[in-house]
Design a protein around this ligand. Structure first.
Ligand code: 3PG
Length: 209
């Protein structure tokens, strides 16, 4: 599963963290992100549309890679799996969730914000983590500090990533991709302005070259 996470994250480079506010948004939103170059999506369970959005994407846009985010416990992991998610992301780690992740066929990217979180995950075999909330828990300085004691661990920093700091994060040797919601402008989504979402996605991708 580490290899699957690596393949997924390295290919994605930027993982949009999508909270679906209206069920009808999911396909135009996913299409706009894909047109902008972002084809791997984390759909959060922060709205009631999250699981239905995953089912819709798996059925209608099988060429995209769709995972579930904001998974807090084993029950939510099971729901994500049943909906057809291809990967699962959590904001933090508990022993219960990490254990459920080991038993699930899906790769789990657990959230970590401290050396203790990393040690807990590491003890169970996890080597890939979402650094969350990245900017709040130390940002690039934290990544540099974690590199010495945890050389085999790689991160998807998320939380506070913006066009202005994206490159600095991506330049860290222990970063495999970054996540964030900055390209999902709330006002643009509310008025169905998918061209703006596509432009923001394309601008983010352009920063990587
Ligand atoms: C997440 O849960 O991953 C965050 O909401 C994403 O953080 P951002 O909104 O600061 O990009």
């Amino acid at each position: 599963k580490i290899a699957r996470l690596d393949a997924l994250c390295v290919q994605a480079r930027i993982l949009p963290v999508v909270t679906v506010r209206q069920a009808a948004h999911i396909l135009p939103l996913a299409d706009a992100l894909a047109a902008g170059g972002l084809r791997t999506l984390e759909i959060t369970l922060r709205s009631e549309h999250g699981l239905a959005a995953i089912r819709t994407l798996r059925r209608e846009r099988p060429q995209l890679c769709a995972g579930v985010g904001t998974v807090l416990d084993a029950r939510m992991l099971a729901e994500a799996e049943a909906a057809g998610a291809q990967f699962v992301v959590s904001p933090g780690c508990t022993a219960e969730l990490l254990q459920a992740g080991l038993e699930s066929p899906l790769p789990l990217l657990p959230g970590a914000s401290s050396a203790s979180d990393l040690m807990l995950g590491h003890s169970l075999g996890y080597r890939r983590f979402k650094l969350f909330p990245a900017e709040v828990c130390g940002g690039v300085a934290a990544l540099k500090a974690f590199f010495a004691p945890f050389p085999g661990i790689r991160f998807c920093p998320t939380g506070g990533i913006r066009p202005g700091n994206l490159r600095e994060y991506m330049a860290q040797p222990n970063v495999m991709c970054v996540g964030g919601s900055w390209m999902l402008d709330g006002e643009a989504m509310a008025r169905g302005d998918w061209a703006s979402i596509e432009r923001l996605a394309a601008e983010a991708v352009a920063l990587l070259d």
